[in-house]
Design a protein around this ligand. Structure first.
Ligand SMILES: [Zn+2]
Length: 558
């Protein structure tokens, strides 16, 4: 009954439709009540977790808390034992007199609050937060205490050994402190939203840095004496040859952190003071669940992109430098168009994320399984939609475009600066202009820009020079980064994408077929309503989401 009321409330607020409500209730019924209403609404993509939680807070008249941007009091955290916090998905965030403020995803669950009251001897004030934010906060807050004790263990071990421990490294690898250290490094990196971990050996110490929002940030320094044991541990679990230390190797392993399975890629490279290990934390389950609407596309660009995806055959290209989120966009597009009645095949190098219901094929150069070879075989297997990880060479581009002309929808990426240059690049690669013109549905250029930390960004008026960069006539209030504990003193938190979409209308196609250059194509696209990357970045600066520095970095330096 309670669930039905939440559903009716959402419908009355216009947050979901009656039809969506019926779908949620039916799915919930199928699960025999094992699934919560909120989980199903999110799973089916009708609402985001945050929006649902905010709506629930509104209905229950409980305060909603954005844990990512809240200072969590460590004394409060320690009042609730970790096991209890994990069992009930709660985290204590503040103490006011004798009252403990507890973030929960289920504020009407009387038993949970009673449990905490008994355990802490304090009155509890529930506030509402999303399940994922609570799990992340639990991981972060309790593990900070763990890191200290892990490092103590490692330090004790290093001093026991005196000097270097190279000789016995293989035995030490299985020792508790090293195993814990390796696990903790991956855990903490994931919780800090890092994409890569660098373990760098120097003469006296080993530095561990992580890449967050595109920048390297120091995570910790450890004694040089344990370097060899730590690298051996990572090599061991990722399936490398631990006896071989003179040549580069690569491998992978999976680790579960806070309920998310991480696909971890490891590579080693011999350096002067030992092997440097770089660990890439690959797109977890989250990417597959990301919808196009979550990519940070403006409404305008989203409408355009969606209309392109509805074209039954042709080529859609996503372009941008390495690390600009091209693959995320492609996967989201595939998620949108992959239906049970179509055959979707991908050829990738590497397969970054396994997606249910899609046939994914891994390139293997050594075995002769190149993009072009894989593509030829795939086209014999009756595909409807083909995703090519990258059009790296002429042969691949040529096969891809021929496939589009013969009735397939082809999605791929290309390494170019902007949407218009992509067309020129294809022609430069040797694809005939008329074939590009006939097959191309559209091109999406993409960049990631850092989002200003909402906690510490500082307002000021823009200068004349900046107005020119933004393409606006007079000064407005903009924001600049400052730095605070919430953002690792970087001034930024998270990233969002900006896009530039050229839809190949009849006019644009005619220009391409006639061998038109970048300027001509861009002018026609602009007349047709294309907003350039710079226009999109400018909008973000004007909205206070990002800084002028980011506008310049993302749209000028290439
Ligand atoms: Zn900050």
């Amino acid at each position: 009954m309670r669930n039905e009321r939440i559903g009716d409330y959402l419908v009355s607020q216009g947050l979901i439709t009656e039809e969506q409500l019926q779908k949620v209730l039916a799915t919930q019924k199928e699960s025999n009540g094992a699934k919560k209403f909120g989980d199903v609404v999110v799973e089916l993509g009708f609402m985001t977790e945050i929006n649902f939680t905010k709506a629930l807070a509104g209905k229950l008249r409980v305060q909603y808390v954005d844990l990512d941007n809240t200072d969590i009091n460590t004394d409060a955290v320690q009042k609730v034992p970790e096991a209890l916090a994990r069992k009930h998905t709660v985290i204590a965030i503040a103490i006011t007199g004798k009252r403990l403020t507890v973030a929960t995803n289920d504020p009407v669950n009387f038993i949970v609050l009673e449990d905490i009251k008994v355990s802490t001897g304090m009155d509890t004030v529930p506030v509402l937060a999303t399940t994922s934010a609570i799990n992340k906060a639990i991981g972060k807050c309790y593990s900070m205490q763990n890191v200290d004790s892990v490092l103590e263990g490692v330090t004790a071990m290093a001093s026991d050994l005196g000097g270097t421990m190279d000789e016995d490294a293989n035995e030490r690898v299985e020792s508790a402190p090293i195993v814990k250290l390796a696990t903790t490094i991956v855990e903490n990196s994931f919780r800090a939203d890092a994409t890569d971990i660098h373990i760098e050996p120097f003469d006296k110490y080993t530095r561990i840095r992580i890449r967050v929002n595109g920048d390297l940030v120091e995570l910790m320094n450890i004694s040089a004496a344990v370097h060899s044991a730590l690298t051996t541990r990572f090599k061991l679990i990722s399936g490398m040859n631990i006896a071989e230390k003179r040549i580069p190797q690569d491998g992978r392993f999976t680790q579960v952190v806070d309920g998310t399975t991480l696909d971890v890629r490891v590579s080693s490279l011999p350096m002067v003071h030992g092997e440097k290990i770089v660990i890439r934390i690959l797109s977890t389950g989250q990417i597959a669940l990301r919808k196009i609407t979550d990519l940070g596309m403006s409404d305008y660009n989203y409408q355009l992109f969606e209309s392109m995806l509805r074209v039954p055959h042709g080529v859609i290209l996503v372009t941008g430098p390495t690390g600009s989120g091209k693959t995320t966009t492609l996967y989201a597009a595939l998620g949108e168009i992959a239906k049970p009645n179509v055959n979707v095949v991908t050829v990738e190098d590497p397969v970054e994320k396994a997606i249910d219901g899609i046939n994914q094929c891994q390139v293997n150069q050594k075995a002769g399984m190149t993009f072009a070879a894989a593509l030829r075989s795939i086209l014999r297997q009756d595909p409807d939609i083909v995703m090519i990880g990258e059009m790296r060479d002429t042969e691949t581009a040529d096969i891809g475009i021929r496939a589009a002309i013969t009735g397939h929808l082809v999605l791929s990426t290309l390494h170019t600066n902007d949407a218009a240059s992509t067309v020129v690049r294809l022609v430069d690669m040797g694809v005939a202009p008329y074939m590009v013109a006939t097959s191309l549905i559209g091109v999406i250029a993409q960049r990631l820009v850092k989002v200003l930390c909402p906690n510490c960004k500082r307002a000021r008026m823009s200068t004349d020079e900046e107005n020119e960069l933004m393409g606006i006539p007079s000064s407005i209030q903009i924001y600049e980064p400052v730095g605070c504990p919430n953002c690792n003193n970087t001034g930024y938190r998270g990233r969002t994408a900006i896009h530039e979409i050229i839809h190949c209308t009849a006019k644009v196609s005619a220009i391409i077929a006639a061998g038109g250059g970048k300027e001509e194509i861009e002018a026609a696209a602009k007349a047709n309503g294309t907003k350039l990357l710079r226009d999109n970045a400018s909008e973000l600066v004007q909205a206070g989401e990002t800084s002028i520095d980011e506008l310049v970095r993302s749209t000028f330096s290439v």
